[in-house]
Ligand binder design. Structure first.
Ligand code: ACM
Length: 521
């Protein structure tokens, strides 16, 4: 290449880099053109509909004449506006280069799961995180509404789920606070202590009107809400409310307080009245959440109570089951048939296909989407081999984790949390969630990726934001941008610029990944 061409080439490359630096997720194709436009002119937008485009795709043309957004749908238009907004925020001299962007997501499912059972967060706190999802083009809020430690969804037919199930007799307190309030350092130093307090926790739950309000808020931002009722395991709060549906109706049942983990007080799937109770719960939720999928959990369900229960044993015999675990597969199939009548498909955690003794034929018949979390790559390969689709959210592998509640650093002053403190922002960004060896058609069975947040150790909204951010943004980019375009150094530069928006909107975020960060002494 002669010197002249080299100069032109590096000039256009520097233009590209300079503009690409501001936008997250990085658009798939972005070309600068000759000339520049004043930022105030970007408000002059012409919208064009092109029904031939993919539903989430958009084109964005910025020229001296103004801005043109082309898309098939309002969703594509909304994503173009998010890109435009970020470009306009990053113009120190008040003008930006003319450019042409062609963009579409890598994956159809780009999710964020939040556990509101172990700790409860207000509607306003949820909305603040949903705003982050929207800005970074994530499209599913997976709301983990129930678990052993608290039932958080109002169900009108079964009121004790919330009057009893949303209260526990002890609370965990994350005392998370700013250690230094020097104006230049406000989010730099966090310290926290965590401990049980002996105080009652709750009643905390969302009314049906509040759940509808979250659905509305998300819909305005082109985000679907996926409700989860974790069953038949992680069901102790429901068993405290209605012990008659447990395997030991005469025993005392309490919302779990002693510790986090897996409890054997599960739904009695040998009792048809208990299964009908589960169906009633899902019926009400199906009417509140328009998303055509419903998550029915299925993870970490011990079989010890079923092994000792006469109704479960009789059902095993009646159905000729080879393994008590197949009771769970049968339950999943019955629930799937039920919600299908309401136009819904089920989603389950990966134990539904990977637990020993699961009846894979029954699960295959449901057409469930499987969320792969434990040994996620092996579970995904198995599921894909069964002909089902997957979403990837690894709990913790040597190379990384999409469980974003895990501590990002082990620095002095970090509150108690999950993990050893080595799940850094960089590691989250670099992690490749895909199993090796999938061919092109198998890759189509990967619906997408999800950031997952469990709140056992996280009772304060400040700590929730601190752990969520900026890892959520790393996973937003994994969901949208082609893997071949991803680079940690480039992402880090863009993320540095995004801190302006995070600061202006008063988000709390971890900082160990930032250039020039000095670890706490
Ligand atoms: C899970 O983390 N138990 C799905």
């Amino acid at each position: 290449m002669n010197r002249f061409l080299l100069a032109i080439f590096s000039l256009s490359l520097s233009f590209f880099t300079s503009f690409a630096q501001s936008v997250i997720p990085l658009p798939q194709k972005m070309m600068t053109c000759e000339g520049s436009v004043k930022v105030r002119k970007l408000k002059n937008v012409r919208y064009v509909t092109n029904a031939g485009m993919d539903s989430e795709a958009y084109r964005l043309d910025i020229s001296k004449k103004g801005v043109t957004i082309t898309s098939a749908t309002d969703k594509g238009k909304y994503y173009a506006e998010q890109t435009l907004k970020q470009l306009a925020e990053d113009c120190p001299d008040g003008s930006i280069a003319c450019m042409h962007i062609e963009d579409r997501p890598q994956y159809a499912y780009r999710g964020f799961m939040l556990d509101v059972s172990r700790h409860f967060f207000s509607v306003d706190e949820l909305k603040k995180l949903i705003d982050v999802m929207a800005r970074y083009k994530m499209n599913v809020f997976h709301w983990h509404l129930t678990d052993d430690h608290g039932w958080r969804a109002e169900i009108k037919k079964w009121p004790k789920l919330t009057t009893v199930g949303s209260v526990r007799q002890n609370s965990w307190d994350t005392d998370f606070h700013l250690d230094s309030l020097k104006s230049t350092e406000t989010q730099k130093y966090y310290t926290g202590t965590t401990a049980y307090t002996g105080r009652q926790y709750g009643p905390y739950y969302y009314t049906q009107e509040e759940m509808k309000e979250i659905v509305r808020y998300c819909a305005e931002r082109h985000i679907d809400v996926l409700p989860e009722v974790d069953m038949p395991g992680h069901f102790k709060a429901a068993m405290a409310a209605y012990p008659e549906f447990s395997c030991t109706p005469e025993a005392e049942h309490k919302v779990w307080t002693e510790r986090w983990g897996v409890n054997d007080d599960v739904l009695n799937v040998g009792n048809q009245a208990a299964i009908d109770f589960a169906k009633d719960i899902l019926d009400e939720l199906c009417n509140i959440f328009p998303y055509p999928y419903i998550h029915i959990g299925g993870d970490e369900c011990p079989t010890s109570a079923w092994e000792k229960n006469v109704m479960c044993q009789e059902k095993c015999q009646r159905l000729g089951l080879k393994h008590v675990r197949a009771l769970q597969s049968d339950f999943i199939k019955e629930i799937s048939d039920h919600v299908q009548k309401k136009g819904k498909r089920i989603i389950c955690w990966n134990e539904s296909v990977s637990a020993e003794g699961a009846d894979l034929d029954l699960i295959r018949q449901t057409g469930a989407t499987i969320f792969c979390w434990v040994g996620s790559k092996a579970a995904a390969k198995k599921t894909i081999g069964m002909g089902l689709n997957v979403v990837l959210s690894e709990i913790h592998a040597a190379d990384g984790s999409y469980y974003i509640n895990r501590r990002p650093s082990a620095e002095k002053g970090e509150p108690t949390g999950a993990g050893a403190g080595d799940d850094t922002v960089e590691k989250t960004y670099i992690y490749n969630p895909l199993p090796n060896g999938l061919d092109a058609s198998q890759l189509k069975q990967v619906n997408g990726v999800q950031a997952t947040f469990w709140t056992e150790w996280v009772s304060s909204n400040e700590y929730l934001e601190y752990l969520t951010l900026p890892k959520l943004i790393c996973i937003a980019e994994a969901g949208w941008t082609a893997p071949s375009q991803k680079s940690w150094e480039d992402f880090r530069n863009r993320l540095m610029k995004q801190t302006k928006w995070l600061d202006e909107n008063k988000y709390i975020y971890s900082r160990h990944w930032m250039k020039g960060y000095e670890p706490r002494k």
